[in-house]
Design a protein around this ligand. Sequence first.
Ligand code: ZN
Length: 126
Amino acid sequence: MEHHLIQLPDRRWTCSTCQWYWKSKPQSECPGVPRYDCAHMPEPFKTQTELGKIGLKLAFDQKPAACVYVPRKMDYDWFYDVAQAVPKKQATPAQLAALEKGRSLMAESIARQIAIEGYYNPIKMD
Ligand SMILES: [Zn+2]
């Protein structure tokens, strides 16, 4: 991906996608997500390893939300939004049963409301 470059009045360049700054026009590829330096990574962004340490894993199809360039690797470290991650543990059969029961109660409640009111209003549930 190419940077979406904008030249600033002070002659520096910035990219509207990765939001990084350069003194001269960069030749690099754009990582496609905001780039931070390590010390300024916002708190809700974590690496996959960090997510694992707090019992979370990436959601299906979760994409990086930010990155840090690691010169030693000559590549980026990718950071993910904690809010999009999901718990690592598989739900127990009891949890799944509770979820299933909750869903069928919900369906019954919707059916009852339609029977009484003639329509379903998600705000007006009993
Ligand atoms: Zn860029």
